[in-house]
Design a protein around this ligand. Sequence first.
Ligand code: SF4
Ligand code: SF4
Length: 438
Amino acid sequence: MSLVSELRAQEERLLACVHCGFCLPACPTFTRLGDEADSPRGRLYLMRAVAEGRLDPAQDAFQIHIDRCLGCRACETVCPSGVEYGFLLERARREAMAARRPGPVARLMLAVFRRPRLLRLAMALSRLLRATGLPRLLAWPGRPLVGGTQLQFALAMLAASAAPRRRWEGAGSATGGARSRRGGGPRVALLDGCVQAGLFARVNEATARVLAVNGCEVTGAPGQVCCGALHAHAGDLEAARALARANIEAFETSGAELVAVNAAGCGAAMKEYSHLLADDASWGERAARFSARVKDATELLAELDPVRGGALPVRATCDAPCHLFHAQRIQTAPLAVLRAIPELELVALANADECCGGAGVYGLTHAELGRRILDDKVEAVRATGAAVVATGNPGCILQIGAGLLLAGLPVQVRHPVELLDQSYARAGYYAAGGEAGA
Ligand code: SF4
Ligand code: SF4
């Protein structure tokens, strides 16, 4: 279906915009560039122009401004008319992609993330490179690099994914078995995630342990694949739908009551399978049932009122992943997780709900603008004096971590559940074990 006919079918969604402009100050691209065409209102106007046949989607006027959108959905949170901007953006990108081939970085990423074996190979090679220590060495602040800033930034992102070398005094971590501190929790299957399983296996392990301490029966879901978020955001909706069907099948077979996700972007995509497959007669209802069972790991923990752990005396601040705060509207759950950690000093981060400029591969495909947005985030972190930034999305960990590394700031970026896990280890909730792996 073309954008034109998609929009005819979804006319109400597009016409919901009353042009009030409340979304403009919330939009990171508009506030940096000052161009109406780089605002939510401007982009919706362009979508309507294409839908009504007044604008050719192959033209720069459409391509550039739709491409430059972060997809952060901050505009949705402030919109009084409830415009479903993210839904419309995915369909606009589908049209943009059909009219003009995406760039080489985007094409490569989409191809790799569709092929599990290739993805595993790419992740294994990335881990090998990370283990050499070269990425951290070459991403050293102020060290100019042959190959340009994009290569250096990519290396800094890889370095930022490594397990922290410095641990706070008295804080432990464990790989041993978790002992439940309460019973009667739900049976939960975890999404492994592509980047999460490839570069942040320690976060998946921590999530399983922390849920077990809080009474959940944690299980896997063999056959699960990439959540399809990258494909949907890029406009490759058919690939996203194929991945969604495979995941629904795998998680149904697992027999779990709930699906826990510790990557905000993946969780948002899986909660929206219900929209993605709404017009599919055989899958629509299954997708709706599945989406209703998906929970972010912090959301689930907050509902369970997390067991308190051992003291972790560190100053921390919390950055809100866009796909948690804006797309899933989960705003306080990560704070509830961090408050279960005694002696953790939580300080507010200015503009914590603004995008960090990561947005999938935005930091690589829109290096200059992505870096401007990231620099503001790095300065906000610097102002807190925190030793750790908690954020629940691998893309944000990579992006903010790279920014801090290149700025020479000795600040760790960790998933909130990873910090709670460390606090539980400190409290002795785990059987004896070594340091958590990378
Ligand atoms: S806030 Fe909503 S209704 Fe107002 S201009 Fe933005 S998208 Fe349109
Ligand atoms: S998704 Fe983010 S970048 Fe895109 S229009 Fe909305 S606020 Fe702006």
